[in-house]
Ligand binder design. Structure first.
Ligand code: G6P
Length: 472
C-alpha cells in the first residue's frame, strides 16, 4: 500500500551547490541513514524535511521542492534553514559530539565533558531551538496532509516529537534511532533536565525503533529508570539494511570499474580493506595498531599484504573529530615508517569521500576490517560482502549492531583487544577457500533476504499494529 509519509532527518537525501558554470547541482547525502531511507521514496508518497546544510540549500528553503533521486522516483523535499548560530550549537556542540559521544561511550570521563554555562545555552538556544523549528515544519506539513505518518530519525531530533504531539494528539509518530542506546547510567553525564527531556521527547512517539535488541532493551531500561515509563510495547527492533540491486548495478558501473582497475594494479597478493567516516567511534587508530601487531608477528607476510583505508572526512568543525583525524594519520605514518620497504607501503590511507572507490574496494578485499567501538548497525559490513569477488572474510566488532545478524559468519573481535584483532586478521587470511566461500555466501543470502525494504515494512507494520492502541 502506498502511504503518505513525512520523513524528518537532519541530513537530507541530497544537498545542492552551484558548479563553476553557475548551474545548480545535487550531491547525494552521506551516511547510512540517508542511504537506507532512499528506499522509501519509490514505494511511498514522501515529503522529506531536512536541514538546509549548504548555501544553496538555504536559498531553496523557502519552497518545498519536487525532487527526484538521480534516476529515481519523485518526492517532496523541504529544507529548514536554521539560524547559523543555533545550528552550530545544535550540530557541533550538542548532537555531535555530546549525544553521539554518550551513545557510543566515547568520553574520557576524567576530563570531559564539562557542562558549563555555554553548554546550557547550546542546549536551549541550539538543540531545543532547532528541534522546535523542525516541529513547526512538521506541523505545517500535517496541516496539508493530516493523515500522513511522521518518521523522525536519529539523535538530532529527540525533542521534536513531544512538540508535535502537544499540538496534534492524534498524529501518528514514529522515531528511528540509528545509533546505539547505552545503559541508563551513561545518561548521568547530562544534567537531569536534559536527560529527562530527551527521553520524554522520544516517548511522545507511537513507535520507537532500534537496529538491534541490545539497543532496544537499553532504551526500555533507561525509560523505566529515568521516567518510570514502561516503553516495551512501543519499541521495535528493525535492522536497517541495503538495497542489493543497487549494489549489483554499482558493481559493474563505469566509475566503479575504473576505480577497481586502479586498486587491482596497486594491490599486493592480499588486501585488507576498511571503509569508514573518520569518526572516533570507528576505532581506526586501534585498527592500524592491530595491523602493526600482525605484521610484527608475521614477517613472512610483509610485502604480501597491505591495508587500504578509505576514509570519508567527517564533522571536521568539531575539535574531537579534527583531533581524531590527526591521530589516525599519525598512527598510519608510524606503522608505515616502521615497516615500509621499497615498493611496499603497509597502510594506504586515502582521506576522501569517494563512493565508487569504496565499492571497488568492496569487490577486492580479502579481509574487511570493521572494528567499531560501538556502532548502531554498520552498513559497510552488509554492503561489502554483496559485491566481493574474492571470498573475502569480514572481521567484525562484537559491538556493531550488524554483529547480532552476521555473527555466525564473521570473525568476531573485541574492539579494544588489538592483540585479538591481529590474530583475527591472521585467522581470516589463513582460512581455506571453501570455508571463506561458505561464510561469504551465507552472509550475502542473509542480506539479500533481509534488505532495506524488509526494514521499512517492519516499521510500517509496527505502526499499523501499535499506533491505535498505545498512542499518547
Ligand atoms: C550516522 C548517523 C546519521 C548521520 C550520518 C552521517 O550514520 O546515524 O544520522 O547522518 O552518520 O553523519 P553526518 O553528521 O555527516 O550527517
Amino acid at each position: 500500500m502506498r502511504r503518505k509519509l513525512i520523513v524528518v532527518s537532519n541530513r537530507g537525501p541530497v544537498s545542492f551547490s552551484r558548479n563553476d558554470g553557475g548551474e545548480r547541482v545535487a550531491k547525494r547525502g552521506g551516511g547510512g541513514l540517508v542511504t537506507a531511507l532512499r528506499g522509501l521514496l519509490a514505494l511511498h508518497d514522501v515529503t522529506w524535511i531536512a536541514s538546509a546544510i549548504s548555501d544553496e540549500d538555504r536559498a531553496l528553503a523557502e519552497d518545498t521542492l519536487d525532487e527526484s533521486t538521480r534516476d529515481g522516483p519523485p518526492f517532496r523535499l523541504r529544507f529548514v534553514a536554521h539560524e547559523e548560530q543555533a545550528y552550530d550549537w545544535f550540530y557541533n556542540v550538542v548532537s555531535n559530539p555530546m549525544l553521539w559521544f554518550i551513545q557510543h561511550h566515547l568520553w574520557e570521563l576524567a576530563y570531559a565533558p564539562v557542562i558549563d554555562r555555554s553548554f546550557h545555552t547550546a542546549w536551549d538556544d541550539g538543540y531545543a531551538a532547532v528541534n522546535a523549528e523542525f516541529a513547526s515544519a512538521v506541523l505545517e506539513e500535517l496541516d496539508r496532509e493530516p493523515d500522513a505518518a511522521v518518521f523522525f530519525h536519529d539523535y538530532h531530533l529527540y525533542l521534536a516529537p513531544r512538540l508535535v504531539r502537544e499540538q496534534r494528539p492524534d498524529a501518528t509518530l514514529a522515531h528511528f534511532v540509528h545509533i546505539p542506546w547505552p545503559q541508563p547510567d551513561a545518561w548521568q553525564v547530562l544534567p537531569e533536565r536534559m536527560r529527562v527531556a530527551l527521553h520524554d521527547g522520544l516517548l511522545a512517539n507511537d513507535v520507537i525503533g532500534f537496529h538491534s535488541d541490545r539497543w532496544r532493551r537499553n532504551f526500555v531500561h533507561s525509560a523505566r529508570e529515568l521516567l518510570g515509563e514502561e516503553a516495551d510495547a512501543r519499541t521495535i527492533t528493525a535492522a536497517i539494511s541495503v538495497d542489493p540491486t543497487e549494489f549489483d548495478e554499482l558493481a559493474s558501473s563505469p566509475a566503479v570499474l575504473a576505480a577497481e582497475r586502479e586498486i587491482a594494479a596497486r594491490r599486493p597478493e592480499k588486501l585488507i580493506v576498511r571503509v569508514d567516516r573518520t569518526d572516533p567511534s570507528k576505532n581506526i587508530v586501534r585498527g592500524f595498531r592491530a595491523f602493526e601487531l600482525y605484521l610484527a608477528a608475521h614477517p613472512e607476510m610483509r610485502r604480501r599484504v597491505s591495508m587500504l583505508a578509505l576514509l570519508d572526512p567527517s564533522r571536521q568543525h568539531i575539535p574531537e573529530y579534527a583531533e581524531y583525524l590527526g591521530a589516525l594519520q599519525r598512527e598510519a605514518r608510524r606503522v608505515n615508517d616502521r615497516f615500509q620497504e621499497d615498493g611496499w607501503t603497509p597502510i594506504d590511507l586515502q582521506i576522501e569521500d569517494d563512493f565508487p572507490r569504496s565499492v571497488a574496494a568492496y569487490k577486492q578485499f580479502d579481509v574487511l576490517l570493521v572494528n567499531a567501538i560501538f556502532d548502531g548497525m554498520n552498513l559497510v559490513a552488509k554492503e561489502a560482502p554483496l559485491v566481493n569477488e574474492r571470498n573475502g572474510v569480514v572481521v567484525l566488532s562484537e559491538n556493531a549492531g550488524a554483529h547480532a545478524e552476521l555473527g555466525e559468519w564473521v570473525v568476531s573481535v573485541n574492539p579494544f583487544d588489538v592483540e585479538g584483532q591481529a590474530e583475527a586478521i591472521h585467522r581470516a587470511l589463513q582460512m581455506g577457500e571453501d570455508e571463506r566461500a561458505q561464510r561469504l555466501s551465507a552472509t550475502c543470502a542473509h542480506v539479500r533476504s533481509n534488505d532495506v525494504h524488509a526494514w521499512i515494512e517492519r516499521q510500517l507494520a509496527a505502526l499499523d499494529g501499535l499506533a491505535a492502541t498505545t498512542r499518547r
